[in-house]
Design a protein around this ligand. Structure first.
Ligand SMILES: Nc1nc2c(ncn2[C@@H]2O[C@H](COP(=O)(O)OP(=O)(O)OP(=O)(O)O)[C@@H](O)[C@H]2O)c(=O)[nH]1
Ligand SMILES: [Mg+2]
Length: 453
């Protein structure tokens, strides 16, 4: 039989109320021993009961105790929640007493793990609970909500039921080949069915890019030669004097980070050291980081100075932007123009001219970013996307396997071998929502949850 677990479910600190959650077969009997008020063994399920936690003759705290009997609870076990006064001492004291009286401290995510193991939620829904807790923007919340309520699971379930159809068609043919009224499944008939399945998988994978953008934000680095105004741009975007700005080239040595929200999407902005050859050891490390940051970013804001001619160094750096999302920003438009932008061979749509001194052009830049990532569109869509690396890699794996089956079909491999491969893919897909899972994966996954969830 499962043991009874407990944990503080609210954030640790001083607040009005703290919630301590207990789940397991002895949840009600353990709390009832410590509770001064109604007999909790006899109260109705889903009631809130007023009283005191009393231990060894001492009233510890005035509390409200919710009694929720299995199976209609989060874990499908008996669940008790104690609302204590929200200070560190009363909360910890009540927890301590519960531990002394037969509860075990829950591991991070253990309540949710039980909810999953007891069939209340699937793995995607469990993961979405953490996304919901971590969500900072409205669109992140919506995406997590669509996953919690099973909309994302249904994308996967649909794929799996398509596959069941294919498998059962094949089975009928293998088992009853003599039936006249059964469609004979030939390889030719299977090819379009698999093509259809493949299209659906590809669509989900492509759309998962949106999911990743919403979940992780856009990693945006500001790159350029020293003194072009990179730190000034970071400060302008953040509306805060976060990075040091001086007229000395080489002011920024290390990366400086900040966060803004554009059209509901988080932009993680990184100001970097100006790139130049330098004999200064510290600066050189900063420059190295800047160059590395180009590769690691989803978006590069490449900044040049309107008042300086385009050097070979700049041309070299622009080459590194190939295959990246980037915007070239010409700053210091208030100064005399000394650049000939044609030398850079950049599409007009990727250029933004600004003057940070005069506070001109920053809005334009925000709009450009929005256009580049189609953020308006993203905002109006119902955000139902697969968004975690685990699921996406499983799906990509399945796509490869479907492609292998297509090759086998074209090579006229026997249908029963094909059927085995398709079953394998069906099982693999089940790993996404946890229809099939390995214990190690669960441990790894729930370890990342917060305590008390
Ligand atoms: N005239 C003019 N000066 C500007 C503008 N933007 C920034 N500056 C000035 O340019 C100088 C360098 O600005 P920073 O923001 O420190 O430049 P940076 O690119 O971060 O420089 P490093 O950290 O050295 O790589 C400062 O004196 C700023 O005040 C602008 O639009 N026009
Ligand atoms: Mg700087």
């Amino acid at each position: 039989m499962e043991d009874t677990i407990c944990a503080i479910s609210t954030a640790q600190g001083v607040g009005a109320i703290s919630v301590i959650r207990i789940s397991g077969p002895d949840a009600i009997s353990i709390v009832s021993k410590l509770f001064k008020g109604k007999d909790l063994n006899k109260v109705e399920s889903h009631t809130i009961n007023y009283g005191f936690i009393e231990y060894k003759g001492e009233k510890i705290d005035e509390v409200l105790v919710s009694i929720m009997k299995a199976p209609k609870t989060f874990t499908k076990e008996d669940v008790v929640e104690i609302n204590t006064h929200g200070g560190i001492a009363p909360t910890n004291k009540v927890l301590e007493i519960l531990l002394e009286n037969g509860c075990r401290l829950a591991e991070p995510g253990e309540f949710t793990k039980r909810a999953f193991l007891n069939g209340r939620i699937d793995l995607l829904e469990a993961e979405a609970i953490m996304d919901m807790i971590n969500s900072k923007t409205e669109i992140q919340r919506k995406m997590a909500s669509n996953q919690i309520t099973g909309k994302v699971s249904s994308l996967v379930n649909e794929l799996r039921s398509d596959m069941v159809q294919i498998i059962s068609n094949i089975n009928v043919n293998i088992d009853y080949p003599e039936y006249d009224d059964v469609d004979i499944i030939t390889n030719d008939l299977l090819i379009p069915k698999l093509q259809n399945l493949k299209n659906k998988i590809v669509k989900i994978i492509n759309e998962s890019e949106n999911g990743k953008l919403i979940k992780n934000g856009i990693k945006t680095s500001i790159i350029g030669r020293p003194n072009v105004g990179k730190s000034s741009l970071l400060n302008a975007l953040l509306e805060e004097e976060k990075a040091i700005v001086t007229d000395i080239p080489g002011t920024t040595r290390d990366i400086v980070e900040g966060q803004i929200i554009v059209n509901g999407i988080i932009l993680n902005i990184i100001d970097t050291a100006g790139i130049r050859k330098t004999s200064d050891k510290v600066e050189a490390i900063g420059v190295e980081k800047s160059i590395k940051m180009i590769d690691e970013s989803d978006l590069v804001l490449f900044m040049i100075n309107n008042n300086e001619e385009i050097s070979e160094d700049i041309k070299e750096l622009v080459k590194k932007l190939d295959n990246k999302q980037y915007i070239v920003i010409i700053n210091k438009m208030d100064l005399e123009s000394k650049i000939n932008i044609d030398e850079l061979d950049i599409d007009e749509s990727r250029l933004v001219k600004i003057s940070l001194l005069n506070n001109e052009g920053v809005d334009n830049l925000r709009n450009k970013i929005s256009e580049l990532f189609k953020l308006e569109e993203l905002k109006t869509n119902d955000p139902t996307y697969l968004n975690n690396a685990r699921s996406i890699s499983i799906l990509k794996n399945c796509l490869n396997k479907v492609e292998d089956v297509e090759v086998s079909l074209k090579n006229n491999l026997p249908i029963d071998m094909i059927e085995l491969d398709i079953k394998g893919i069906w099982e693999e897909l089940g790993k996404i929502n946890g229809s099939t899972y390995e214990e190690e994966l669960l441990d790894e996954m729930f370890k990342r949850f917060c305590l008390g969830k």
